[in-house]
Structure formats: C-alpha cells, structure tokens
Design a protein around this ligand. Structure first.
Ligand SMILES: Cc1cc2nc3c(=O)[nH]c(=O)nc-3n(C[C@H](O)[C@H](O)[C@H](O)COP(=O)(O)O)c2cc1C
Length: 223
C-alpha cells in the first residue's frame, strides 16, 4: 500500500499507546509509511477535564469509572497553549490519512483529542480508541460517533475501531466500596466483573481486529 500516514495519540494510562504502537507495527509491515507520530498529551490545550460530556452508557457505570479514575489523574500531562495543538495539526497535514488514537473520557474523547480533531479540515481520518466497557460493538460505535462528531464537515472519516482497556485500581476500590455498603448491589457486582475482564485488554485479538479494520479502510481509499 503506497500510503503516507500520520498517527496522533492520547493515552492517559498506556492502553491506547499500546494499541497505537502495535497498529503502527502491523501497518508498517503492510507497507504503510508513517511520516509523523504525535503525542497529543504533550499539547493538551484545555486545562479542564471534559466536565459534563455525556457518558456513552448514560448509567452509573461510566460515572463510577470516571470518578474512580479521576482520583488517579493528578499526574496528568502539563497543559500547553492552543497554538501547539494547531502546530501538530499542521505537522499531520502532509499525510494522506491521519490515525487518531483516544481513550474514552466520559463517553467521548479528552479535550486534547477534541481540539486536534477540530483542526483536521480536509483530511482523511481513522479513529481508534480504548474504553473501560467492552461488552458490545454497539457501545464502541456510540463512542466513535461522538468522537467523529468533532471532525470538521469536510474531513473524511474512513473508519474506526475500539477495544476494551484496563482501568485503575482506584476504580475497583470504588466499586468494592459500593458492594460493601450494599452487598445486594447487582450493578456493583457487574462493574467489578467488568473491571476484572478489562484487566486483560487490550490484547492481541483486540489489536488484530483494530488493525484489520484499519487495513480495510486503507484498501477502500486506495482503490
Ligand atoms: C476520567 C476517565 C473517564 C472515563 N470515562 C469512561 C467512559 O465514559 N466509558 C468507558 O467505557 N470508559 C471510561 N474510562 C476508562 C478508559 O477509557 C479506559 O480505561 C481506557 O482504556 C484508558 O486508556 P489509556 O490507558 O490509553 O488512557 C474513563 C477513564 C477515565 C480516567
């Protein structure tokens, strides 16, 4: 495939970075050239976490993820100005396709990713991401729809794929606290089960699935 791509990634705790690195390896093996790799966490233009962004599940599940992990977020990347976000958008502008990796933040993506996507006028974009819940393709699709909505109208969304990603210990403790208070709390049990399942993600199958979706999208545009 004679395509030049850029990849831009935001990863709070490493899951999405892991997928990004594996995806880059897989695609490079298939002849895709990556001209630039952009760490979006180096240019977070917004000092405020995305308060009030609608959750994909709309249920306490996400709020629990959110609250639990917010406690671990104290060490997040330093904030820089909006201008650096536009600089990296310019860096990516030579590429045929921009791969944008994001972690699910309250049902959508973090402000750094939102700003980056907004700067991709006229570009072809493939989205990939990780999130705490992994039970259905429909859930992934909802998140992708929310995230792609940040693209300018003349950007071309060529596809996207997601996987589940492990969550912090603080989240689990919070769920366990819910269960301690109310041992009959079925939702707390479900959340703990999900947390345990998430521990093994992203795994090789997740990466293969995301890479297959990316290759398919690239094949379609190179036809
Ligand atoms: C502040 C915050 C909010 C989150 N919101 C959601 C959410 O709404 N839905 C979800 O499924 N996962 C949510 N998660 C879980 C992360 O998206 C998930 O663990 C992801 O794999 C983290 O990726 P990273 O390691 O690349 O940062 C949230 C995590 C944090 C820290």
């Amino acid at each position: 495939m004679n395509i030049t791509c850029s990849m831009a990634v935001s990863s709070k705790s490493g899951n999405t970075k892991l997928v990004a690195d594996a995806l880059r390896r897989e695609l490079s093996g298939a002849g895709v050239r990556f001209a630039t790799f952009i760490d979006l966490d180096d240019a977070d233009a917004d000092p405020v976490q995305s308060e009030g962004v609608e959750s994909a599940k709309g249920a306490e599940g996400d709020e629990a993820v959110e609250n639990g992990q917010s406690a671990n977020a104290a060490a997040s990347a330093p904030v820089e100005s909006t201008s650096s976000t536009s600089t990296i958008a310019t860096q990516a502008s030579e590429a045929d396709v921009i791969f944008v990796g994001f972690w699910c933040d309250k049902g959508s993506c973090s402000p750094a990713v939102q700003h980056f996507l907004q700067g991709l006028a006229g570009k072809r974009v493939f989205l990939f991401g990780t999130c705490g819940f992994g039970e259905s393709d429909e859930y992934f699709a909802q998140i992708l729809d929310r995230v792609r909505a940040y693209l300018p109208a003349d950007a071309q969304y060529i596809g996207g794929a997601m996987s589940q990603g492990k969550m912090g210990m603080g989240v689990k403790r919070r769920y366990e606290g819910m269960l301690e208070k109310d041992p009959e709390n079925a939702q707390a049990r479900m959340l703990i089960d999900n947390w345990n399942k998430a521990q093994s993600h992203p795994n090789e199958d997740d990466v293969s699935r995301i890479a297959a979706a990316a290759k398919e999208a690239l094949e379609v545009i190179s036809e």
